[in-house]
Design a protein. Structure first.
Length: 204
């Protein structure tokens, strides 16, 4: 798997690059994992309802092609995009979601945090509050989009939406628990767990 550390990149060009990569890949294309942070942006999934944006602001809203409702990305949040050939790895979408959630849970356990899944609500939670989100798109058996973990960011924009479509859902971050590592360090720790759950597999 090729790992790309993109730094801080605008959301929409990164999304378009994922689409282009997926459209052009073939059986010989290696899987890729992109680590990135985005300037402030709301993203609304395919079936997303605009009314989940509760307050207008200067933060742009981008309608995209992943599953799920509305979420927020901003500096201080780790975003990992997984461009994975599911057929090559003999994975179903639900299995991949479980692996992504487990990688996040394992990463947070490194900080002594007990995180968990919530039935019917993809993502990772601590005491019912959301610390990580995920959403995928599958095209021709290959995934793009991925996950985000809140590390050390301004959480205010989350209060202007129903995060992932849930009214009143509290959003939290690692900083709330005394974690002093920044997004880059957390990204590297997460990367280790993702590589363990998605080991290198040669192309066909």
């Amino acid at each position: 798997m090729i790992v790309r550390r993109l730094g801080i990149k605008p959301y929409e060009p990164t999304w378009r690059a994922m689409q282009d990569f997926t459209n052009q890949r073939d059986a010989g294309t290696l899987d890729e994992l992109w680590l990135v942070q985005h300037p402030p942006v709301y993203t609304l999934g395919q079936a997303g309802k605009p009314e989940h944006l509760l307050q207008t602001s200067d933060i742009p809203l981008v309608k995209i092609d992943r599953g799920g409702q509305i979420t927020y990305h901003g500096p201080g949040q780790v975003v990992a995009y997984l461009l994975i050939d599911l057929h090559r790895r003999h994975l179903k979408v639900r299995e991949m979601v479980n692996l992504l959630e487990q990688a996040i849970i394992d990463c947070l356990a490194d900080y002594g945090l007990n995180a968990e899944r919530k039935d019917g609500a993809p993502g990772v939670y601590i005491d019912g509050a959301k610390i990580a989100a995920l959403g995928l798109r599958v095209k021709n058996g290959c995934t793009y989009h991925g996950l985000s973990i809140n590390v050390d960011m301004d959480l205010t924009p989350f209060t202007w939406i129903n995060p992932c479509g849930y009214s009143g859902l509290k959003t939290i971050q690692l900083k709330d628990f005394g974690v002093t590592e920044g997004p880059d360090e957390v990204a590297e720790r997460l990367l280790g767990h993702l590589q363990r759950h998605f080991p290198d597999i040669p192309p066909l």
